[in-house]
Design a protein around this ligand. Structure first.
Ligand code: ATP
Ligand code: MG
Length: 214
C-alpha cells in the first residue's frame, strides 16, 4: 500500500490542494491521500487560525466525493504543537508494515524543511513528494538541505527521484499551476469578494453558515 500524507493548516482547504493531490495519486500510483489538518501548526504563530473542528469539517466536506481521498484527525489527539514526525510515526506504528508513506508538501513548505522538528529523522522515515507551486522555484536540494546531507541524495533516473542514504526518496513533481492560497481566500472573504471556483461549493456553504473569516 502506498499512501500520501498531506499535512496542512487547510484554513480553508482549496482546489490547489485537491487538484495537486489527485494528480499525485495518478502520477505516483498512490492508493490514497490522507489530508491531515494540523492542530497547532508550529509555523503559523502570527495569526489566529480557525478552530481545528471547523478546518477538519471543511476537509471532510471537500474530500467526501473522492474515494481515494481520506482525512485524519490524528493531530487533534496529541497535546501541543503538531509535529509531522509524530504523525508519520503514528501511521507507521498503527498500520500494516507494508505501508509506504509519501509525505506531500508544496515547494514553499519544503523549502523550510530544515526548520521542522527532527527533520533529518523525518526525511528517513518516509518518502517526500514536493509539488510545484506558483511563485516558488525549485532550486534543488543543495539550496534546501545542508551541503553534506544534500550530497548524500543520489538522483535515480528510473524513478525520477532522489534516493537518500536510508532508502527514503524525495520526488519533485510538477502539478498543474493553480495560484490559489488560503490566505488569498480569507482576504477575498474579508473584502466581500467571491471565492467561487477556488473552493468546493460544499466548503463555501460551510464557511457561509459558520460565518468564517469575516
Ligand atoms: P496559507 O496561505 O494560509 O499559508 P496555503 O494555501 O498555503 O494557506 P496550507 O494549508 O498552508 O495552504 O498548505 C498546505 C500544503 O499545501 C503546503 O505544503 C503547501 O505548500 C501546499 N499548497 C497549498 N496551496 C497550494 C497550491 N496552490 N499548489 C500547490 N501546493 C499548495
Ligand atoms: Mg501555506
Amino acid at each position: 500500500m502506498k499512501w500520501g500524507l498531506f499535512g496542512g493548516t487547510f484554513d480553508p482547504i482549496h482546489f490547489g490542494h485537491l487538484r495537486a493531490a489527485q494528480e499525485l495519486i495518478e502520477r505516483l500510483s498512490l492508493d490514497r491521500v490522507v489530508f491531515i489538518p494540523a492542530f497547532l501548526p508550529p509555523h503559523k504563530t502570527d495569526r489566529v487560525i480557525s478552530s481545528f473542528e471547523h478546518r477538519l469539517q471543511m476537509v471532510r466536506l471537500a474530500v467526501s466525493d473522492n474515494e481515494r481521498f481520506a482525512f485524519s484527525d490524528v493531530e487533534n489527539q496529541r497535546p501541543g504543537k503538531s509535529y509531522s514526525i509524530d504523525t508519520v510515526r503514528y501511521f507507521l506504528n498503527s498500520h500494516d508494515e507494508n505501508l509506504e508513506l509519501y509525505f506531500i508538501t508544496g515547494q514553499d513548505a519544503f523549502d523550510a524543511i530544515t526548520t521542522w522538528h527532527q527533520w533529518g529523522e523525518l526525511l528517513s522515515l518516509c518518502h517526500f513528494v514536493v509539488m510545484t507551486r506558483p511563485g516558488y522555484e525549485n532550486r534543488g536540494l543543495a539550496h534546501i538541505l545542508p551541503e553534506d546531507i544534500a550530497a548524500s541524495y543520489i538522483y535515480n533516473d528510473l524513478n525520477d527521484c532522489f534516493l537518500g542514504p536510508q532508502e527514503s526518496r524525495i520526488y519533485f513533481r510538477k502539478t498543474t499551476f493553480l495560484d490559489i492560497s488560503s490566505s488569498a481566500i480569507r482576504q477575498n472573504i474579508q473584502q466581500g469578494l467571491s471565492i467561487q471556483y477556488l473552493v468546493p461549493d460544499q466548503v463555501i456553504r460551510f464557511i457561509n453558515e459558520k460565518k468564517l473569516y469575516r
